[in-house]
Design a protein around this ligand. Structure first.
Ligand SMILES: Cc1ncc(COP(=O)(O)O)c(C=O)c1O
Length: 278
């Protein structure tokens, strides 16, 4: 039996029930965060909980638990479930709305779910993606709105791609669930600085990259992407994943490049050090 956090309590999964009048269901108003466990150890939980509270405050949602209370409730849920290599999804919704539009008393829940590992070939050989002209609403907030990404799934699958890269009039932002980077012909790592969710993986990877490479967080146009030596994405489950084909254009020689491979190695080492210290 699985246990979830629901408002202030740990309950059986089947008892975690959000009212149908919740603003998340009626209007898509809510925020979330997601982190993974390696073995039984949560990875970067403090960063994820901080971002969860930042997202909540941007959308004027009051969490019923404080940060330390939330972390200790999550740990209790994990203790009860004891599933290895799982993920934790924290959600805070607009709550049951008195009139179907104004914010109610937010509903908090946390789900502990198994994670299916991504195929190793995605990391070793790279992935193919397509593009779409779209900018997420309030992109700096991790909202529950993944409408465009899910809507685009049939097109993504028809192109034998893994995901969709968003741009607005050619200016790149991010993918549905990951941040985006190129390595340009000068060897610099370039990544968009605005119109994005600041990923926790992005923060860690850029920190590691700064010791070895020039890092440029600035506006990035699709033309520059096609001319890049390498491209890659980062995210909680995707870690550092090479991108070798965009809309049918090969990036560089169509194989993961040395900079991407170095970052994969540095990030893996960083995770192992982090877990060793926790
Ligand atoms: C829109 C968006 N951008 C970027 C990311 C990557 O963030 P993180 O590295 O914290 O997983 C996510 C994560 O799900 C996301 O939803």
């Amino acid at each position: 039996m699985m246990y979830y956090l629901f408002n202030e309590n740990i309950v059986r999964a089947s008892d975690a029930l959000v009212p149908v009048t919740d603003l998340a269901l009626l209007r898509g108003y809510g925020i979330f965060d997601f982190f993974r466990l390696i073995g039984h150890k949560p990875l970067f939980i403090d960063d994820h909980v901080d971002r969860f509270f930042r997202s909540a405050s941007k959308l004027r949602l009051q969490c019923p638990l404080s940060g330390p209370e939330l972390i200790s409730s999550i740990m209790e849920m994990l203790q009860r479930n004891r599933i290895k290599d799982s993920g934790v999804r924290l959600v805070l919704t607009g709550g049951p709305s008195p009139n179907g539009y104004s914010i109610g008393q937010p509903t908090l829940f946390a789900i502990n779910e198994p994670i299916t590992p991504l195929p190793e070939s995605h990391f070793s050989e790279g992935i193919k993606i397509i593009t779409c002209e779209y900018l997420r609403d309030i992109p700096e907030v991790k909202t529950i709105n993944y409408l465009m990404g899910i809507y685009k799934m049939p097109e993504i699958q028809a192109a034998d791609a893994l995901d969709v890269l968003f741009h607005w009039k050619g200016m790149i932002s991010e993918l549905t669930r990951s941040n985006f980077y190129i390595v340009n012909q000068e060897g610099a790592i370039v990544t968009p600085a605005t119109g994005i969710l600041e990923g926790i993986t992005r923060k860690k990877v850029l920190g590691l990259a700064a010791d070895f490479f020039t890092v440029d967080a600035r506006p990035l146009h699709l033309d520059e992407v096609y001319a890049a030596k390498e491209a890659f994405i980062t995210g909680t489950t995707k870690k550092v994943m090479p991108v070798v084909n965009i809309n049918g254009h090969l990036i560089g020689n169509g194989k993961p490049g040395t900079t991407t491979r170095k970052l994969q190695f540095l990030f893996q080492e960083y995770i192992e050090d982090f877990l060793g210290g926790h």
